[in-house]
Design a protein around this ligand. Sequence first.
Ligand SMILES: [Ca+2]
Ligand SMILES: [Ca+2]
Ligand SMILES: [Ca+2]
Length: 257
Amino acid sequence: MKRCIALALFLLCLLQAPSALAYYTVAFTDEVNYWPGFNNNRWDPYLRDWQDNLDVIGSPNLTGGNFVYSGHTLTGIELNYESTSRELVPGDWFFDLDQDGSWDYVLHHILCVGYDGRVNWDGGYALFSVDLAYLGYTDDSWMDDYRASFWPWGYEGRFDHPVQALVDREDWLESVTFSGWEQYLGWNETGTSTWSDFALDLSGYSGTFTYAFAMTCGNDVLFGESTIPAPEPSTFILFGLGGLGVVCYTRRKRRSL
Ligand SMILES: [Ca+2]
Ligand SMILES: [Ca+2]
Ligand SMILES: [Ca+2]
């Protein structure tokens, strides 16, 4: 009887195990106007409001999206937005996995993005390891580590906001697939861009991690916390019970010999 129970539990474990590596998503939203510490106290003469009061200065409006997981590994990001054009360029994704106030990884736009807005869209993104504090303006050295917001001639964005990390070439980890960013999206039109085919293993972390993203014009930025997925309890409890059952049965069998 005990042998049957142990075997049944073990089979249940095997059936449950693949679900732990299943593809699933965790949603995020846009809750901030600027990163903590980067309020610029600037009056916007066109919108007749302080930039710090505005989620967007123009377009696009980032609205949220999903972190895409395979098991415990972050493998992709889906970003949703309204109205944009290819003159407006996405910047970097930042991740602070242990939430110690320093970014640990960035998905860095390795394009040559000129100050005139000319972009080589074939360059793509890559994952880099970094160790960058996000201190805000209180530390004048922030521009040693970050590229500040910029935009094509004739436009205006959010002033003095970090939008990219100044990465070191030797910290390159892997290339990342990027797709999306339509040539043009009018008002009230929506789009989705995706970053995929990278692997950020979160198995050594728990609780939440901090993420941030910015357009290179700083027009709209993201900053928030997201839950780190826990291993499915049923899988591991069953695995433990199944393993225990097999061990007990083996010991009992040995003693009876
Ligand atoms: Ca927004
Ligand atoms: Ca960190
Ligand atoms: Ca925002």
